[in-house]
Ligand binder design. Structure first.
Ligand SMILES: NC(=O)C1=CN([C@@H]2O[C@H](COP(=O)(O)OP(=O)(O)OC[C@H]3O[C@@H](n4cnc5c(N)ncnc54)[C@H](O)[C@@H]3O)[C@@H](O)[C@H]2O)C=CC1
Ligand SMILES: O=C(CO)COP(=O)(O)O
Length: 380
């Protein structure tokens, strides 16, 4: 599949080299990725930018497929040799995506230098808490002029920074070359090519438009947005709200309880995002409400699943041991709560989740704790 809806991919001056040809054979050499020749602006007709996706977990691998299906070959960086081999030889990533078959235009390497060489777009898809260390290791390899795209939905624990801020601070990268992709994007559904929409946010609209042009295909529809703050808070906080909804579900509570947590969760996410400089409309959109609903409703969500297991009475240690993939809310929630305190914003659901995870609040007492709070206006 390579259908690309009409898009006016703008000219973002991207300094890099381009791949010489469409990749063809299974397991073909990673060296094909880095090309000879100078590249002009990314996404212009007749030229394919080189794209590196750093991280081959469920979303990184799926996003590589999205870009490949939109018509651009991708080089994935994998931490583990067996993952890279499975992608190159079988066009599968069984650890994360089961039997789903990847396009041959997605290839993998364990060598970050090989993945990053000449890339015009570098997609970052590692766990939020490892990002800074990963960037430090890759700093010298980052192609000057590339657009960096964050797929991560988390807040750095040690600093309270959003992922785009970590990228800017660790690499000294200009904010106009940083984009964030976030929305109702459960990886497994997208890997199965089920239609979805998303948001590409960047402080520079041409950058957001370039990333939208790079990713738009028959099942993936990106909308641009210049509100990076709102988009990143929407993505990070919904994971915490999904933990709470999962807990309610594990406790055997029904849809009224879950809808109440989702709606009040959106209220606290919006309060926090606005206080930090985000926009209300963003939180009412795909990266706010849309992602919140998808994550809180779906049994595919890792955060909701972690919450559900806790609600059923498992300890956090037991749950973490059986959760192989990243559930960002677990590690980001305390940093989100601290940001709320700094900004003077009340985050009752986040606070309750932090207290459950820290062992200060028995999960069974979470509903009563939320309901016994002082009565107030819905709009406060
Ligand atoms: N899976 C999904 O449906 C979606 C995930 N996201 C976000 O994307 C980000 C990545 O998530 P997933 O791909 O789902 O996670 P994952 O758990 O499926 O994969 C994480 C990847 O990072 C690698 N990794 C783990 N520790 C590392 C380290 N210290 N250094 C470098 N690499 C390391 C793993 O080997 C794996 O390839 C998260 O922030 C998540 O919230 C966003 C939208 C959808
Ligand atoms: O962000 C996601 C969907 O948009 C994925 O959510 P989980 O990380 O909870 O699986």
């Amino acid at each position: 599949m390579s259908a690309r809806p009409q898009s006016s991919a703008p000219s973002v001056p991207l300094a890099a080299t381009e791949p010489s040809a469409e990749p063809s054979a299974a397991g073909s050499s990673a060296a094909e990725h880095s090309a000879e020749g100078e590249r002009g602006p990314g996404g212009t007709a007749g030229q394919q930018p080189a794209v590196a996706v750093m991280g081959s977990g469920s979303w990184g691998t799926t996003f590589a497929q999205v870009v490949a299906d939109a018509g651009t070959p991708v080089m994935l960086w994998s931490r583990r040799e067996e993952v890279a081999r499975a992608i190159n030889e079988q066009h599968r990533n069984p650890d994360y995506l089961g039997e789903l078959r990847l396009p041959t235009a997605v290839r993998a390497t364990t060598d970050p230098a090989e993945a990053l060489r000449g890339a015009a777009f570098v997609v970052l898809a590692v766990p939020a808490q490892s990002l800074r260390d990963n960037l430090a290791a890759w700093r010298e390899l980052m192609p000057a002029g590339a657009v960096l795209i964050s797929l991560m939905k988390g807040i750095e624990r040690s600093t309270g920074l959003r992922m785009s801020q970590v990228i800017a601070s660790e690499l000294g990268w200009p904010s106009e070359r940083i984009a964030v992709v976030s929305g109702p994007n459960l990886a497994i559904e997208i890997a199965g090519r089920q239609p979805t929409a998303t948001v590409v946010a960047a402080s520079s609209l041409p950058t957001a438009e370039a990333v939208a042009g790079l990713t738009a295909n028959a099942y993936f529809r990106p909308y641009t947005n210049e509100d990076v703050i709102g988009v990143e808070f929407g993505g990070a906080v919904k994971n915490v709200i999904a933990l709470a909804v999962g807990m309610a579900s594990g406790l055997g509570l029904g849809d009224n309880s879950k809808a109440s947590i989702i709606t009040r969760g959106l209220a606290e996410t919006t309060r926090l995002a606005l206080a930090a400089g985000g926009r209300q409309q963003t939180l009412a959109g795909l990266a706010g409400l849309g992602d919140l609903v998808a994550t809180c409703a779906s049994p595919l969500s890792r955060n909701r699943t972690v919450g559900e297991l806790l609600g059923q009475g498992l300890s956090l240690d037991e749950v973490v041991r059986q959760t192989k993939q990243t559930a960002e809310g677990v590690k980001s929630c305390a940093a989100i709560l601290a940001l709320g305190e700094e900004l003077g914003i009340d985050l009752p659901i986040t606070e309750a989740v932090v207290n459950v995870l820290d062992g200060r609040l028995p999960v069974a007492e979470l509903p009563a704790g939320l309901l016994s709070r002082k009565l107030k206006s819905e709009h406060q």
